[in-house]
Design a protein around this ligand. Structure first.
Ligand SMILES: Nc1ncnc2c1ncn2[C@@H]1O[C@H](COP(=O)(O)OP(=O)(O)OP(=O)(O)O)[C@@H](O)[C@H]1O
Length: 319
């Protein structure tokens, strides 16, 4: 029997979860388990299948095949019950803009049977967490996006769910608001809430305990952010050049260069082998009349890992 922490009495467990729309497979035989109190991230470009997976886990979409449980409930049979033990926040926040802050919280309470003294206590918690004590009688539509986002999070966890699903919850909000949001997520997880969050922000992925990298409906890698970076087999090189955009084109097809991309004014190269690629890079750049100020090996980023895993799975990244 497995003694893996993530598979012993997991908060979420799925096996071969699949969803097809006609001939198109949106989610393709995905399997993973999430431990209680874990912050588990889904990382992938638009269309990777993150939302569809979350919808299957929250009882909103029926799987075509495969199995899954959330808080011990079966995603195929117990969809209606699952909705009461989870919290769910989508990209659209699900707030009523004509209602005041207080009224939105009361509405969320009504949905989940939170009433009376418990509602009052939970409302105070949400107002304090979101920094909205002074705004409680304002129409929600007037609030800045970052506040709306924290209010939506408060409404999603008003009933203290055991498992919280967040589908790209920070889309469009500024980095400061995003950080404040993540502080709350970490507090919730420390108190025992399991969090499954989807994102396409690499820096946000770093906040997750473990990550599932998704592309074209498939799970292409699973691990901690550091573990995924350390396990990347190909070296990554940083190349300082006089004309980076032209250098990207000059390096196409160079020996040992698997991928050359531009980050600001710096060139990043994923290489098959650092020594031969460095030699080939210098030769190619010289041939193109581009000055090379240096080539150095740098730690891989999650973005590098993502591209590397997709390549080794024989696919292309959709964007
Ligand atoms: N109801 C549907 N009918 C047909 N195709 C669908 C349906 N829902 C999703 N898809 C397709 O399934 C694929 C995966 O979509 P999904 O929304 O799960 O991706 P995602 O990773 O969440 O991306 P995003 O960040 O854009 O939400 C996409 O190609 C999408 O067009």
């Amino acid at each position: 029997m497995s003694t893996d922490l993530h598979t012993q009495d997991p908060a979420i467990a799925v096996e071969d979860l699949t969803r097809r729309y006609g001939a198109f497979t949106a989610v393709d035989a995905v399997s993973f388990a999430v431990a209680r109190g874990e912050v588990f991230g889904f990382l992938g470009p638009n269309g990777a299948g993150k939302t569809t997976t979350i919808k299957m886990l929250t009882g909103l979409v029926r799987p075509t095949s495969g199995r899954g449980t959330v808080a011990g409930l079966d995603v195929t049979r117990d969809g209606a019950r699952i909705k009461h033990v989870i919290g769910y926040m989508s990209q659209l926040f699900s707030l009523y803009h004509d209602l005041t802050v207080d009224e939105n919280i009361e509405f969320a309470g009504g949905l989940h049977g939170v009433t009376g003294a418990r509602l009052a206590a939970r409302r105070d918690w949400v107002l304090a967490m979101a920094g909205l004590e002074a705004e409680r009688r304002r129409p929600t539509g007037e609030l800045p996006l970052g506040w709306k986002q924290r209010l939506a999070l408060g409404c999603a966890v008003l009933h203290e769910p055991r498992v919280l699903f967040l589908d790209e919850p920070t889309s469009g909000v500024d980095p400061l608001a995003r950080r404040a949001f993540w502080d709350v997520i970490r507090e919730l997880a420390a108190a025992g809430t399991t969090v499954l969050v989807s994102t396409h922000y690499m820096e946000e992925a770093e906040y997750c305990g473990r990550l599932a990298l998704m592309n074209r409906g498939r799970l292409v890698a699973l691990g901690t952010p550091a573990g995924l970076r350390d396990a990347m087999p190909e070296p990554v090189l940083r190349v300082a050049v006089s004309d980076a955009p032209r250098a990207v084109a000059a390096l196409a097809g160079a020996e040992g260069v698997l991928e050359a991309s531009l980050f600001g004014r710096v060139l990043r190269v994923v290489a098959a082998d650092a020594v031969s690629a460095t030699r080939a890079i210098r030769t190619r750049l010289e041939g193109a009349g581009i000055v090379c100020h240096g080539v150095e090996r740098v730690p891989s980023s999650l973005e590098d890992v993502f591209v590397s895993r997709v390549r080794s799975a024989g696919g292309a990244v959709i964007s």
